[in-house]
Design a protein around this ligand. Structure first.
Ligand code: SAH
Length: 405
């Protein structure tokens, strides 16, 4: 095992259980060429944590356990996986939800590992060298605990070059890596009583955004009798909830044609299952468009409810300024176009944008739109996407339900 000593005065965050250590905080590494488990100590030799060191990763040291009694190695890794799954134990007995996040990266002490249960399957998104290296152990522990039909692991394209890992799809059955045909069926699952399917392979995220589960339920209260605009609809998570809760119509807009086709498929699926009325399809339009452009063409007063769920607009802190403008513009136009008394559910999933800053952006948008806007509800990511107090960066999904007075 490596020994890593932190610089004097640079161990405060680490001692408070923040998982990231950047190279500037490191005084010495016993073997800089090596990668793997490390015992991390402070300048006075006292133990801080066990971590994973990799000089080629964009965060060279991740801290994984602050308990000196742990033994760094595969067994500790398995223990961390078990702990993450056990924290979700309430999700396994939910009668109407079979999709949820099992492992949420550093927030569960497993950097770059995002594992979701989709019914009987598990999908993992790999976004770090740590995850890529340790996938067989993580998969075998998930398999031993949960006996999924298959585990599929896909490299996150965005991180592949940043982390220097190859883009690939790997499969594991019964704890062993297997070769699968490309033609696998979709994974079918329910969320809050609504049926969904996620296609295998390189879809967006792991095929579904289960972080929005609570927020999809939250909008149901406001949609009855309204015309709804679902901007950035993806495969219709919000659209399906709006239909179930009595929307007059839903117009879904996304730049991805395949996502919109899947949305229609999922409407039929839920009609067949009796979750939504048989004629629900007739209430829905789909439009493949740039939502930032589309919103400018909307007739003022047409919609009583709008859902704005754009992709991550600020990828990094440096991209923040442009992202702020985009968030402000989108929300300003929505506030101008919505019917009087209308409701806007607006989201930001940019980790680089804090909740306070997002709220400020919304207040600027309201001021420029000359509208009085009130917050009806404050929204966040589902509790299967935990936010450790020691790791504020893990709070990424922020949302507000607003009423434009
Ligand atoms: N609301 C969805 C998730 C949205 S994810 C749900 O509940 O499942 C963000 C979506 O924005 C993706 O589907 C992506 O295809 C789409 N998107 C990205 N850029 C876009 C743009 N400029 N205009 C319209 N859609 C866009």
């Amino acid at each position: 095992m490596l020994t890593i000593r932190l610089n004097e005065g640079k161990d405060k965050a680490a001692r408070r259980h923040h998982p990231w250590v950047f190279s500037g905080a490191i005084e010495s590494v016993s073997d800089t060429a090596a990668k793997g488990w490390a015992r991390v100590i402070s300048y006075d030799d006292s133990f801080i944590a066990y971590g994973w060191y990799d000089s080629k990763s964009h965060i060279v040291l991740h801290l994984l356990s602050w308990d000196e009694k742990d033994e760094a190695g595969d067994e500790l890794l398995r223990k961390i996986v078990r702990a993450a799954v056990k924290r979700r134990k309430d999700f396994f007995s939910l009668p109407d939800t079979t999709a949820f996040r099992l492992i949420h990266g550093d927030a569960d002490n497993l950097p770059g590992v995002a594992a979701d249960a989709y019914g009987k399957e598990i999908r993992i998104i790999v976004s770090s060298r740590f995850a890529d290296d340790n996938l067989p152990i993580i998969s075998s522990e998930l398999d031993a605990m949960l006996h999924p039909s298959i585990i599929e692991a896909v490299t996150d394209r965005q991180f592949a070059s940043l982390e220097g890992i190859s883009e690939r799809v790997r499969h594991f059955r019964a704890g062993k890596e297997t070769k699968e045909s490309e033609e696998r069926e979709n994974a079918r699952f329910i969320e809050s009583g609504i049926w969904f399917e996620a296609a295998p392979g390189r879809g967006q995220k792991s095929g579904f955004y289960c972080d929005q589960r609570d927020n999809r339920n939250a909008i149901e209260k406001y949609v009855a009798g309204k015309k709804v605009l679902d901007l950035f609809s993806y495969t219709g998570g919000f659209t399906l909830h709006a239909l179930r809760a009595g929307a007059i119509s839903v117009d879904a807009v996304d730049s991805s044609e395949s996502a919109l086709r899947h949305l229609l498929y999922q409407i039929h699926l839920n009609e067949d299952k009796g979750v939504i009325a048989p004629s629900s399809r007739d209430k829905v339009t789909i439009t493949e468009a740039n939502a930032f452009e589309f919103i400018r063409t909307v007739d003022t007063g047409k919609y009583g409810m709008m859902i704005l769920d754009p992709p991550k607009l600020a990828k990094t802190k440096s991209g923040l300024e442009n992202a702020l403008k985009a968030y402000k513009d989108l929300n300003r136009i929505a506030m101008m176009k919505i019917a009087s008394g209308g409701i806007i559910a607006t989201f930001s999933c940019s980790g680089a944008l804090t909740r306070e800053d997002f709220r400020k952006v919304l207040s600027w948008a309201a001021a420029d739109a000359h509208k009085d806007v009130e917050i009806l509800k404050v929204l966040s990511q589902g509790e299967d996407h935990p936010i450790p107090l020691a790791f504020p960066e893990s709070e990424y999904l922020k949302g507000f339900i607003l009423r434009v007075r």
